[in-house]
Ligand binder design. Structure first.
Ligand code: SF4
Length: 367
């Protein structure tokens, strides 16, 4: 059964004292109708138990606070693999959904969710970035440390971002989600500068390993609505997971995708096999003892992350790439997230370098 809006998992708001009087904070507090606890600027919600055992509880708590660091920076990719040179816009940390493989479990060490309310600073930083380098085309995403839309019914931040991006001719914003909280995107003058993206997986993975996320049918129906509103779309098969029946599973998802969504609206589709920081395996084993996929064999990649053997990755990529090639629009850029040029060559028969680089390939698909 569908969980619905993941924001309803939040049961308690915490507000950092220094933000309490901000109109935006007040707006979120009133809209949420949740109990509010105001805490000191350097304090945080107290969640019983130790991390990561207390993550399930911590995901009930949303802290509205200032971001004291940078909002906007290049994706923390590693040099060893071909990277798409994405720009990360950090709107908050943590997520009310709960995927077994979520890298944030190992990457963050706070069990609660944060949303940064000093959005004037965020927009000022974006203004400075655009002014400093008006020639470089930027692909910007908010879905690196949180889900782009999971809290949008509380924050209504997406319309502000979409409106900001509307006239940025040298950039696009990608809102990436596993929820279908898209009502705030309806009727906006987005100028074609925002893409709405969903992560997709094989049906058993979506059903069993992605807790409180939308079903495949819901994600695709939401994508169709966004396409009707003029947004371009993107999809991410990431992480691709080796499991019994993976061939039929990924084939079924791809066929349902192209039966439902207009192919010519899809700007890009990424593929990335499961890779994880070693610490994640123990965290997931503790939190989700029924999940089995971490018990496959893995090797350590050049970035220190565990990955499937190359032969296994190629086998999975080959099947998925072949299936996508049958249905995808010729303009849609199908690419690997963090793979070597050897894998590109083996699966696609060409490398990004031969096509001007991955960055240029992606930029071309939306320019
Ligand atoms: S939806 Fe994304 S951010 Fe949220 S738990 Fe799943 S993988 Fe993590």
């Amino acid at each position: 059964m569908s969980y619905g809006d993941p924001a309803k998992y939040i049961t308690q708001l915490y507000v950092s004292e220094e933000c309490q009087q901000d109109p935006y904070t007040q707006e979120i507090m009133q809209r949420s109708r949740l109990p509010v606890t105001v805490i000191g600027d350097r304090q945080h919600p107290v969640v019983a138990g130790a991390y990561p055992g207390n993550l399930s509880q911590g995901k009930h708590y949303l802290l509205l606070c200032r971001n004291r660091g940078q909002f906007f920076k290049p994706c923390p990719a590693t040099r060893e693999y071909t990277c798409c040179e994405y720009q990360v816009l950090n709107i908050g940390m943590g997520c009310p959904m709960d995927c077994v493989y979520c890298i944030l479990q190992a990457y963050l060490n706070n069990p609660w969710i944060s949303f940064f309310v000093n959005i004037q600073d965020l927009f000022a930083e974006l203004d400075a970035a655009f002014a400093a380098d008006p020639q470089t085309f930027l692909r910007i995403g908010t879905g690196e440390f949180t889900d782009s839309l999971a809290l949008d019914s509380l924050t209504r931040f997406s319309p502000l971002l979409v409106d900001y991006m509307r006239d940025k001719e040298n950039a696009v914003l990608e809102l990436k989600s596993k929820s279908v909280v898209i009502d705030n995107l309806e009727g906006l003058d987005h100028g074609g500068r925002t893409l709405v993206a969903w992560s997709l997986n094989s049906p058993p993975i979506m059903e069993q390993e992605e807790i409180r996320t939308a079903s495949l049918e819901e994600r695709l129906a939401a994508a169709v609505r966004c396409a009707d509103w003029g947004y371009r779309l993107a999809f991410h098969f990431d992480p691709i997971i080796w499991h019994e029946g993976w061939q039929e599973g990924y084939r079924a998802t791809i066929r349902q995708l192209f039966r439902t969504v207009p192919a010519d609206r899809i700007a890009w589709i990424s593929l990335g096999a499961l890779r994880y920081l070693p610490a994640l395996r123990n965290i997931a084993a503790e939190r989700f003892p029924q999940s089995r996929f971490f018990y496959e064999e893995f090797v350590e990649g050049l970035d220190g992350k565990a990955r499937y053997f190359r032969s296994q990755r190629v086998e999975m990529y080959q099947l998925i790439a072949d299936e996508l090639a049958r249905f995808a629009h010729p303009r849609t850029c199908i690419y690997f997230c963090m793979e070597s040029e050897n894998i590109w060559q083996e699966v696609f028969g060409s490398t990004p370098s031969e096509q001007g680089g991955l960055r240029a390939m992606l930029d071309r698909s939306v320019r």
